[in-house]
Write a new protein. Structure first.
Length: 294
């Protein structure tokens, strides 16, 4: 049986009746590190871990944790950061249970250290120089996202804007919903969950925007044919083909046939058949040699 020292004391005594979390310390540290790798923000990371593990989020405990980590020169992405935070929460006494303080018969305060959904989501400071086109990113996308989430949403939005029109307010709203859906799909994949339902919803949104692959292909094909036809029409109207009687005059204006016969066909024939068919340049060189020999 796993030693109790490998588990933190539980905050939800109704769920964890043995007084310990069902998730070990090492696994909690790994959860913390995974969240931090996405957010790069200790407040947001601890908030997410608290929400996932049903633990109270305390701003004062977070500030204390940051000071301790800085004093011990421990990086904020260290798995031990969660243990420091957990240690700074008050001692929990779950509903229906009590704890005798110091053997004096005094009842410890009844504290509920489970997660509160009314807890405000920690805001993330967004560096102004990481985004290109959207000045106030949080105002555009809304609060509650991590820096990486804002990067992803902004990147997807700009990618769509390069190839699709989003000028009217309804178009912008739908395009934002497409980006939100892509973010949800990314998060689902990171958690190892299926994205089948989200993919269908994404397809419907893209159809409403007329940016689904089938619609784009059909529209593009029509435009290509129209453009090609306009190009031919412009040539025939503005630059018609010349009419002349003796077409042999313009049969080989670049003398390609003469060049091919002189430098390709003739040398190959001499090499294969052993003939001595000299070209005009070769004849001139031979004549010079004969003159020098005389």
């Amino acid at each position: 049986m796993t030693a109790e020292k490998n588990f933190y004391s539980a905050v939800d005594k109704f769920l964890d009746k043995n007084g310990y979390f069902s998730v070990c310390k090492d696994c909690m540290g790994e959860i913390y590190s995974n969240f931090y790798a996405v957010d790069h923000n200790i407040e947001r990371t601890i908030y997410k871990v608290c929400k996932a593990l049903n633990v109270l989020y305390s701003e004062s405990a977070v500030e204390t944790t940051k000071k301790i980590l800085a004093g011990k020169k421990i990086s904020e992405d260290s798995p031990s950061a969660w243990g420091v935070y957990k240690g700074k929460l008050p001692i929990s006494v779950g509903a229906g249970l009590s704890k005798v303080d110091g053997g004096l018969g005094m009842m410890a305060d009844m504290l509920d250290l489970t997660f509160e959904y009314s807890t405000p989501v920690p805001k993330v400071e967004i560096p102004e120089d990481i985004f290109n086109d959207i000045v106030d990113v949080q105002a555009f996308w809304g609060d509650g996202f991590s820096v990486e989430d804002y990067r992803f949403l902004d990147g997807e939005y700009n990618n769509f804007k390069k190839t699709n029109k989003a000028d009217t307010y309804p178009e912008i709203v739908l395009l934002k919903e497409v980006c939100y859906k892509l973010l949800s799909m990314r998060n689902q994949r990171m958690e190892g969950k299926s994205t089948a339902v989200l993919a269908k919803e994404l397809q419907e949104l893209m159809k409403n925007l007329a940016i689904s692959p089938n619609q784009v292909s059909a529209a593009g094909a029509g435009k290509q044919m129209e453009t090609f036809g306009q190009w031919i029409k412009e040539i025939e109207n503005n630059r018609p083909a010349d009419f002349f009687r003796d077409k042999s005059i313009y049969a080989d204006v670049d003398n390609i046939e003469k060049y091919a016969n002189e430098h390709i066909t003739r040398p190959l024939k001499n090499f294969i058949t052993g003939s001595r068919d000299f070209g005009s340049d070769d004849v001139g060189a031979l004549n010079e040699l004969d003159e020098e020999g005389e």
